[in-house]
Each structure stands twice: as structure tokens, then as C-alpha cells.
Design a protein around this ligand. Sequence first.
Ligand SMILES: [Zn+2]
Ligand SMILES: [Zn+2]
Length: 681
Amino acid sequence: MRPAKKRSFPDTRPPVAKYCSVVFPLSTRQVFSYQTGEFSGTIKIGQRVSVPFGRRESIGFIVELSDRLPDVPNLKTVSRLIDAQPLVSDKVLTLAKWMADYYCAPLGEVLRFVLTASVRPPKREPVAEEVFYQGILTGVAQQVVTPEQKKVLDDLKILLTASEKRTVLLQGVAASGKTEIYLQLAAFAADAGGQALILVPEVVLVPQTEEWARERFGNRVAVLHGRLTPAEHYRLLCKAKEGKVSVLLGTRSALFASLPDLRLIVLDEEFDRSYKETRTPRYHARDVAIKRGEIEGALVVLGSATPSLEVYQAAKEGRYAYFSLKERIVKNLSFPEIHISDLRLSGTVAQKRRRPIISSTLRALLEERLLKGEQSIIFINRRGHSTYLFCEDCGYLFACPECEVTLVYHHTTGELYCHYCGYRKDQPPDCPACNRSRLGRSGVGTQLVEKELNRFFPDNRILRLDSDALNRKEGLDSVLAFRDGKYQIMVGTQLVTKGHHFPLVTLVAVLGSDVLLNLPDFRAAERSFQLLCQSAGRAGRNLPNAKVYIQTYYPDHYVFSSLPGFKFEEFYEKELFFRKEAGYPPFGYLANILFTGKREETVLRKSGEWAELANRMSGEMEIEVLGPAACFHKKMRRSYRRHLILKSAKPGRIQEFLRSLPDKQIFDKGVTIDIDPVDLF
Ligand SMILES: [Zn+2]
Ligand SMILES: [Zn+2]
């Protein structure tokens, strides 16, 4: 007898399923079995159901259907189907299962998260987050590409149609036109009947983006941003699911939208820290995007001027395809000149204490720009006025009672703020320790720089951009006013460095960048380098003779020495060398196990128990155990914090160890598991 010809159905589910497996958004890895009863003919994977659970009814997700009787006594029956259609596609469900496994999170919770992100609209985010993504927003009128762009685009189109997809690193210097490549590639995918997903960092896209994107894609583009009403958000995602959207633009949560024929995923500024989710499941959008690309057979393009070390190394080893854009779109426009100002040179301690906030060199550079009608940006890492308030008599330092961090003085309100928990109080006239009233301030914040600039240049308009300023209603409009030349100088925090396109800016000054370099984090150098390059990228995007002025106490550090001339390779090779020596990513894998609690003894005990267990199994599991130790922020919001770092040279070993632990231990309320952490505080 001839073997039956193998038939392939697009859907291999049995037409009638008697049993189903259900997960709940609970701290458990357990899957529960039910009879499908009257729904056996209609029930589908990805639907939500109401089922008896313990003594109550609970809502769970169907993750599997079967005709085989599960080996469970007293099987109960599904009471109700919640959704008429599955809420997630099979592919998104596969992705969720991978996430649960990789990030050691309960599948039920991952699914709840994915559904919240992709189906139910997110809560409206505060205006502070509305850093509209000007990299995409402006400078995008370009439709004609340079020869360099065309070459890259042609090669990417070939990769997009290839049956074997590869992850691509597209490294492009500032103003080299990466955005245009994303858009033309998305159009190419759309013309072939597929969809493209374009992700940008933490920002919420302003309606202007949509307006502009519509010019090219008509109403086949959907932009997910914080100004949508819940109903609008839901409607867009339904449209996307039905294949009526060709290009979906959004932040990391757009990654979970169901699209019928996804062909391209773009992650712009892939190194941006906002791609890492800070709640369970603590996923990294870059890694999930790569996984989704694999599941969907879509091309994944990671764009960046300064790639993360992980991506850089993968490209170097040939695991990712590599393309670069070395020229800027504006013809013959040279790169800004980098000026590193050595703070060590400047005199005695007493002189240093009196050091002006704006040095004479910087002041001259600013004046030059004002005369020419050009603009300047000053970037400083701290908001507020002064970052410390202390007693000059007894040394008392004003700190947050909940967090053990110093309070920051804001002169706009005359209050002291905790930037971690929001605690605030009026600045007291006297020292609470010695009752004397000689209170000193130190540490420079954005408000102080703004005040100084106003003193030097009273006839010019100075704009301050930080989350305090953005929280005011007009904050958003003032940035657009800056772009249009209505302000001459902008001073701000990190917000000023992100992807913006300000054509009139020819000077960027970076003050206090050493703060970042001094953080106890193995990525400190990488983060500093990326931030400095990103800041520098704001200068001279349209006009010649731009300058970048950077103050530091460590001019010899390779972060700074590789900046003039943008010697990227020099920086990356040095940094890779140190990472390799220490076994840190990309040459090793990490997990941060965080222990928190109101009672210090409990936190100490738990972290101790975990360390003992991990040490006992470290040989067998090939993991290294660092700690436990107090976190850099050892107390936050009245909660004590300790952590344990697990390190392994081999992929998957840390997860294997964690999987061997009981639910009770890894899903303990006071324990947070962070796989591939982006910070170790
Ligand atoms: Zn005192
Ligand atoms: Zn606090």
C-alpha cells in the first residue's frame, strides 16, 4: 500500500477539539486542562475563555487544543468564550511562548502583557514622554536618494525578497538619510502586498508624523502614539490585523501587533535604552524583533549611528549583514569639529570652586553663533537647579527620606525634589542638624545653566527643555518654535539629543558628561560614547563649520579620544577588548536578580539563600555568581535593594538554572529576574 500523500493544510488544528490547555495571568508556569464542551467546534487558540478555577470563575487564554484526554482527574468544562475571534495570531502566540521561556516569565503574564500592548490601548502617557521623533518627523521631504543610499537600498531589497532572511545592521552617521531608506524599503514591502513595522525609541509620535507619512502611504499607514484615544488605538490595531495597514509606526509595544503578512521590521536607534521593558516580561525589543522576524520570515533592519556592542559584534562575525552610510545627504557638508575641553587644567581647588558654569571659550562660541543668526544646544545630564543642598557648617546633606539619594533644588518652585520617587518639600531656611543657616548648593542642573545664559545674553531667547519644562502644556510647541528659529539657544537634558533635526544648529556643548561615565555599570563607556555621538549629531546637519564642545575631567579616556574625527572603530575595538577580558556581553550572558522589600532582614536572607543555591549549582550549570551585594541605589521608595548577578559564557545556561527552581522561588514577589539587563543598579 502506498503511503498516504502528505497533505498540508494552512491550519492543522483538528476541526473539533475536545480538550484545551489554558494559562492564567498568574505567577506560575502551570498549564491547566479543560473540556471544551459545547464550544468544541468553535474554540480557537488565542481566544480568552471563562473557566471554573478553584472556587471561582477565571479568565484564561487558550494556548493549545487537543483530542487526547489529558491525564488529569475531574476535568472541568469551559463555561464561556470571551472573544469571538482569537486576540493574537498563531505567530504572535509563538513569540509569546518564546518570551516566557527566554525571559523566565509566566506565559499567562506574557500573554496578558502582549494583549495589553497590542489590543487594549495603553494608558495615556505623560506629556514628558512626548519627545516627538524628529528624525522621522522632519528632514524627510527627501525622496530622491544619493548614490550611496541607492546602493544600500538595492541590496536591502534583494535581502527582503530572499527566502533566507538575515538580520541587518544599517550603520549610518548622523544626517546620512537612514529614514529615507526605511521608508523606501517599507514602500517596497507594501507594493508586494506585505506589511512593514517601524519602531522608534520611547517617543510618542506627533500627529505631524502621521500627516507626513500619509503623503507617501495614504491611509495605509497607522501611527501608534500617545495622543490616540483608546478607541482609535483599538481601531488601528484591528485594521492592522485585517491587513488594511501597510506600514505600522510606533514604539516598542507596537511590536506585538498582529499583521497578516509581515515582511519588514525596522528598529531605529537600536541601542536606545527605552527598547528594554522595565516590567515583566523584561524583554528587549531588539531581541524580540529579531525573534519575530524569524517566526514571520521578515527582514529585520537595525538602524543606528552608534550600534550596541552586541549588534556590532554580531555584524563583525558575519551573523548579521552589515551596511553603512558614510556620507551626509547634504552635499559636501563636513562633520562637526570636536573640541574636548580639559577640566583638569583649570587652576587650584579654590579657583575650581569658582569656575564659571559657562566657560569663556564656550561663551565665545555661543556669541559667534548669535552673531551669525545660528543656533546652539547645551546638553547637561541633570535637571533642576543644583543637584546638592548642604550645610556649610556641619556638612549635612539634604536627602530623600524614602530613597537615600540627594534632593535636587528647583529654583522655578523654590522646592527640593527627589528625582526618583517624586518626594518634595520647600527648601528650609536652616540646617535641620545644627540649626545654622549657611546652606550651600552645588552640582549644576539645567535651570542653573538657563539662568546663567539669561544673564549673559539678556537680549536673546533661551529655551529650556527637560521633563519639567515638557510637562507644561506649551513645552511641545516651544521645541517646534526652536526648530523654526524663534529661540537662539536651547539647554536641556537627554531629551535634546534624541533624533531631532534642527537645521540651524551649528554648536552643541556637552557639560557634565562624566556623570554617566562614572556610573558603576559595565556599559558606562558605551553609553557615554553613544550619547556624545548622538549629541554631536545635532550639530551641523544643514550648515557648515559646526562645532561640538565637550567638557571632561578624563580627556584621555578612549570615549573622548576617539570622538574627534569620529573614530568609531577605535572606540569599539577598545571596548570589545575590555568586555572580552571581563566576560561581559557580547562575550557572555548576564541576569540580574533583584531582591526588594521593606524589611532589610528579609532582603538579606532571600539574597543569601539565592546566592547559596546558585553557588552550589554553578559548576553543573556553568554559571558564575557575583554577589549578593547592595544595589547602587540601595534604598528606593522605602524599599531595600540587593542583587545577585549571574554570568555565563554560554547562551541559555542561566535560563536553565532558573527553570530548575520552583515557581515559589522565581516568582516570589520580592524577587525580580532581569535577563540581559541594560543596567545593573
Ligand atoms: Zn548644619
Ligand atoms: Zn525619593
